[in-house]
Ligand binder design. Sequence first.
Ligand code: NAD
Ligand code: UDX
Length: 465
Amino acid sequence: MKICCIGAGYVGGPTMAMIAKQCPDIDVHVVDLNQARIDAWNSDKLPIYEPGLDEVVAEARSRNLTFSTRVDEAIAAADIIFISVNTPTKTFGIGAGRAANLEFIEKCARQIARVATGHKIVVEKSTLPVRTAEAVKRILSSAENGATFDVLSNPEFLAEGTAVEDLLSPDRVLIGGESPVAIAALANIYATWISRDRILTTNLWSSELSKLTANAFLAQRVSSINAISALCEATGADVDEVARAIGTDSRIGPKFLKSSVGFGGSCFQKDILNLVYLCEHFGLREVAAYWEQVVSMNDYQKRRFSERIVRTMFNTVSDKKIAVWGFAFKKDTNDTRESAAMYICRDLLRERARLSIYDPRVSEKQIRADLVTACSDLQGQICESDLKLIETNVTIEKDGMSAADSSHAIVVMTEWDEFKEFDFTKIYQSMQQPAFVFDGRNLLDHKKLALLGFEIHAIGKSATV
Ligand code: NAD
Ligand code: UDX
């Protein structure tokens, strides 16, 4: 059995590495157009940071896992072809800012149709609008060499930072399709290490829609608790206490109730906007408006946090040094896509603050590129003054202590464990007074910090002075 996966990103790389690790008899070939990314997958420094991934890749790469840019060759040889390319929000034309850009999916389908011979199973691994498989099937039906295809939907539910764990023991694997034979072929691969009762099968459209729905529900929980955090700040209730109190109700459950500066990542916003666009397309205006509110609430949460920082610091942060701890959208990943940090930094920069940013896993180049993105409009245009601010008012530090040295405030943007271990006595002494901490993750020990003299402003809590 030979598998090919088109797209060596955050999903294609780890997912295929896990299949190769668990199924030594299957040849797994992951291909991408991006040579630098493939080179990194073939090196000791993988292009993505995920706890435990180095070991999985190292074991399989020396045996049955290949990374290359030889897309045609991999398609031709494979029995099963996964499509795991990016499906970002469109930035142009009809549906700009909402609809999924399906250009890369369509290009893959056309390439498969051009190159394939015999019978292939084509698996949608990317997150797609419901009924995309219809378009994929039509394109494949124009295959030049008499090839035939079954199309399956097999969305991925891994979360970054826990990808290896999630792939090893997923809550479920979802396979949507029409051909029982094709479904069984894919299910048999997963059944090598996942129990059969966790492998769910549905029709194609349910599978495609379940992925968007799962992300919408998860993001909705975060926006719900974040909405309550605003009320907590206004009333003296504590959002962590409220979350604990409601989370012990088994009907609600404790997960995904951690209030924060706002959800980030490449999926939640994109997938909800995609869902909203779909609902509008089908004339379901009320349904679209309902889900859109999850994203609006997230924007409000980010905006509210920036405004609170400025207001608390005597209504001006101009020329003040502010330490930003964390830039990734969550801990244990180097991914910064849609990270709340980039928007908070943009807002503070536009208030003329001087930012000293530290993240243990994100490079200076990435941070600067993200700040440019955050300051740009949908078409990628950025004004001269923003560009200049990014150049002159941003320093990237190698550690959190240096970032905080002589600063007026520390802003916690990512919940990296190491931040909890810093020497806060030393940090306090090195800072301007009053020494503010804005904890966007409710990560630090606020009582301890207050005793040291810090003034703490956390999400969904009254100020601790
Ligand atoms: P990514 O941007 O990290 O990787 C996609 C890769 O596909 C890129 O390296 C790109 O160069 C490559 N590519 C694009 N077109 C190609 C082509 N024609 N031929 C060969 N390579 C091509 O994206 P990702 O985060 O891995 O996400 C992939 C899909 O999985 C998306 O639809 C996303 O919504 C979904 N998803 C992502 C996550 C996540 O945590 N990141 C989780 C579940 C689902
Ligand atoms: C998400 C889904 O969880 C996963 O199933 C899907 O396959 C891809 O999208 P991911 O974006 O990698 O995964 O991470 P996730 O853990 O869901 O966190 C998303 C964002 O929500 C992060 O910014 C995180 O910090 C935030 N979050 C999450 C909260 O603010 N509070 C929470 O309680 C949980």
